[in-house]
Design a protein around this ligand. Sequence first.
Ligand code: C2O
Ligand code: CU
Ligand code: CU
Length: 505
Amino acid sequence: MAWLLGGSAVMLPAVGLGVPGLVAAVTGRRVDTVGKVAFTHRLRLPPLAPSRVDGRGRRVFELAIRAGRTEFTPGRPSATWGVNGAFLGPTLRARRGETVLIHVRNQVGEATSLHWHGMHLPPAMDGGPHQMIAPGALWSPTWMVDQPAATLWYHPHLHGSTARHLYRGVAGMFLVDDPDDAVTASLPHAYGVDDIPLIVQDRRFTGGVMPTDEDMAGTTGFLGDELLVNGVRGPYLDVTTERVRLRLLNGSNARVYNFRFSDNRSFHQIASDGGLLPTAHTTESIQLSPGERAEIVVAVEPGERVVLRSQDPATGSGFVQHDGGSDRFDVLQLRAARTPAPSPRVPAHLAELPLPPAESAARTRRFELAEHRINGRHMDLGRIDFPVRLDSTEIWHVRSGDGTLHSFHVHDVQFRVLSVNGGKPPPELSGRKDTVLLPPGTDMRLIMRFTDHADPNRPYMYHCHMLYHEDQGMMGQFVVLGPGQRTGRPPHPAEHAHGEQTRPG
Ligand code: C2O
Ligand code: CU
Ligand code: CU
């Protein structure tokens, strides 16, 4: 392991525990790669997915989920999965108002699915466990992109095995652009130049090879002891402009990152999961749990080197050794050019995002996450947990109730955080969100509006995005009902082996 200068793990003594027998049980390995990563590999940029516009004006993409071999370490291939490649997938890009048609071919010899995380779209196009793609089959979802500019992503979403399929490498970004967005021109926006996607994932390597049969189980799920950024170990990025926009995606199974720079410089957070924040948020750190995204703009000095790190994630549990709360990582080295090209200043005001008043909600629902269940129930593909009404606003009061770390993700909508433990949400939660971290004992009130896509028979999912928890059943389903509609029945689980094929119209 040439790139790693020292060992990557040290033992953390379990102090302060009164019962000696418990010591061994709760002593985890503390991972600390700070100062030990050599940054010898140039960051890889996911290619932009090619597309064409068909006779009906639809932007058409061709994707193939396939198996391949990836040399994370030169000369040591790992058996991985990817989309149109051996590991991870291309970046899809579409404009608000455009209709996309995406041909997804499954070439991995195992049923899987592809979900568009963060997208507002009809449930039949969502790519969840009701839209399985059989081995060899083609699935062709189509919908009109209608939401503000945002950094979204895609990943498999099959019942019980999402953790494994994502770990193997099936994931990529989906960028939504909004041509009417006046502020875009004053933000770095040249893909691969000053606008850089960063997919951060933790993995484990043995002799330079990434085994893909790792056990995905754990308190929160699988935790690796090394990071990949866009599939690269020990990456560096040449920064050629005064300011660079980093689109951070936590594409990990269970690990929470708290990103900051090695010199604690401040930067601007400009966007969260669903798009721009109301105002640029000046901060020194940004925490992301699995599935969450943030866009930041950071300034560099000519010729300098600075390292993006992750340390001290506020996991809030008493068992930090088991949820990665005490781990530290070197993530990515930024190498600034001697004469960087000028960049515009980040505007203070970014988007008009009035918070919907709590009084506008038709109802409040409560969700308690505990013991791999939500409100005491495991996921059942054949059960619709509840319907919501089209064009209604609801408050979902979510709570982590069992002393472990959870998160909450809702399909179809971007919600807003009304309160965290009864108080005002912090600036990083002031914009559009689809996933939030719920440390033990935390409760949040989320407000959301259900528009456009009523379907009494096809559900959307809500779940913990710690993938092991999700796979264990910490997930539920809701349908959106139009006027006069009543809750229908999802296709019988037995039909899922074959999948429900959506044909291009
Ligand atoms: Cu990122 Cu239901 O998923
Ligand atoms: Cu999702
Ligand atoms: Cu959970």
